[in-house]
Every structure is written in C-alpha cells, then in structure tokens.
Design a binder for this molecule. Structure first.
Ligand code: PGA
Length: 252
C-alpha cells in the first residue's frame, strides 16, 4: 500500500482514505479561499452516510486548528428521511450538525436540507430547486454511492431527468440503515432527494467510495451502461467528475 501518494488516472484518484481526504479538503479549502477573494459564496452539495465522515472531520480540524473559515459557504444536502423529526439522531439535519455544521462557522441559515416532512412534497421539491438556482447552482458536489448504485436517494429506476422529489427507499438501502435505526422496522420508508438532473447540474462532482462492498457497484457505475438501473452511471456523462476510491473499492 502506498501511503504518501495516490494513484491518478483520468478522473480516478485511488489511495488510502487519509490521503484522499487530504486531497479533497485541499480542493475545498482552495475553492473557499478563491471565493472569499472574489467576495462570493461557495455552494457545496453535501452527502451523508459513513463515507464522507472522515472528510468532514478533516474540515472541522482545519477550522479548529488552522482557522479555516466557512463563513462564505452555503450548503445543500442531497436528501433527508421522511417521517422522523429534524431532532431525531438519524435525521440528516442532525448528522450534518454532529459532523460539520455545529463545529465550524457556517451561517446556519445557509445550511439547506430538503424538508421531507413538508405537507406538499411537490412544492417543497420545486422550492428546493429554486433555492439552489438562486444561489447560482452547486459549485462542488460530494457524493457517496449506495450498494444499489444510488446517488442521493435516486434508487434504481430514477431517470436522468429527475428533480428533487419524494421517493420510496429501496429494500437494500433500508437494510443498510437498519443498524443505525435499531432495526429495519424503524427505518423510514420514504425520503426527499435531489434528482439525477439536479446532481448533474453541479459544476464539479466528486464521488467517494470506500471498502470492498462498493467494488462491484463502482465498476458497474464507471464502466457499465449508462441508465437508471445504476443511477451513479449517469456521472459518466458529466464533464467534471472525479472518483475518489480506496484500494478496496477500486479492486483491480
Ligand atoms: P455509506 O452510504 O456512505 O454509508 O456507504 C453511501 C450512500 O448510500 O450513498
């Protein structure tokens, strides 16, 4: 295993988590600095799940130890569970507070997540899209990938034109969330998620995948046919995407 270096080919960066996290944090820090000089906001698209936790930890460390400021950052999360309150420990609002927002100087009113408990999901979806546009679109989108190939909660079957909307969670997705919820029966059945089209409009996208459990789906998404069976495959058509993979997720 190469510790200091990562291996880069085209739009793939392979290395140990620590190295990949350093590279990603460097890029985000640079973008924050560039935007600050231009006196504008950096609009980040944020993901949840276990994958980005080390990246958020590194960003928090840079804030606490090096004074990196998030005062010009606006964030839009990909998704949120329906049917649990924002204060629930497994809500993505709570997750973002725990892993990033509560520890840095972000403006709390500039931290956006879809409201999956809004009475009118269609209106909520429309308004979320409008708000992203009002802020000039997403500059830098961070993604994980589900075992079923989902990005956000765009489960298999979600088309290229999909927008922020209410979705039903796939069985596999709910199984993966069961331990955190203390059993499958407690896992929400629905969520609000940005759509594939919403994600593809981000100016730059990075997808992070770690562990051998992601190897097969990463390969399908990167090299298989582009289509709704594996929604991450739509990234093949994006002009500025980089896949950050650890050795186990990259395989051969
Ligand atoms: P994970 O989830 O980071 O917990 O593996 C990824 C995803 O479902 O997008």
């Amino acid at each position: 295993m190469i510790k200091e270096k990562s291996f880069k080919t085209d739009n793939v960066e392979i290395g140990e988590t620590e190295v990949l996290v350093g590279l990603l944090a460097d890029e985000i820090e640079k973008r924050m600095g560039d935007c600050a000089l231009e006196n504008r906001d950096l609009v980040l698209g944020l993901a949840t799940g276990s994958t980005p936790i080390p990246l958020y930890a590194e960003l928090v460390r840079r804030h606490q130890e090096e004074g990196l400021s998030f005062a010009n950052v606006v964030s839009f999360n990909l998704d949120e569970y329906e049917g649990i309150p924002a204060e629930h420990p497994e809500s993505y609002r709570s997750y973002m507070g725990r892993h990033l927002v509560d520890h840095v100087d972000m403006r709390k009113e500039c931290v956006f997540l879809p409201n999956a408990n809004a009475g009118d999901p269609e209106k909520e979806g429309r308004e979320y899209e409008e708000r992203i546009r009002e802020y000039g679109g997403i500059d830098f989108q961070i993604l994980g990938i589900g075992r079923d190939g989902h990005i956000g909660f765009n489960e298999p079957g979600s088309g290229r034109e999909t927008r922020t909307r209410r979705v039903k969670l796939a069985a596999e997705t709910r199984e993966d969330a069961a331990p955190a919820f203390g059993g499958i029966g407690n896992v929400p059945t629905h969520a609000m998620t940005m759509g594939v089209a919403t994600i593809l409009e981000a100016k730059r996208i990075v997808l992070i995948a770690r562990g051998s459990g992601k190897r097969e789906i990463v390969k399908k998404a990167m090299t298989g046919p582009v289509g709704p069976e594996v929604t991450a495959s739509f990234l093949q058509d994006h002009a500025d995407v980089t896949w950050y993979l650890d050795g186990a997720a990259a395989g051969e």
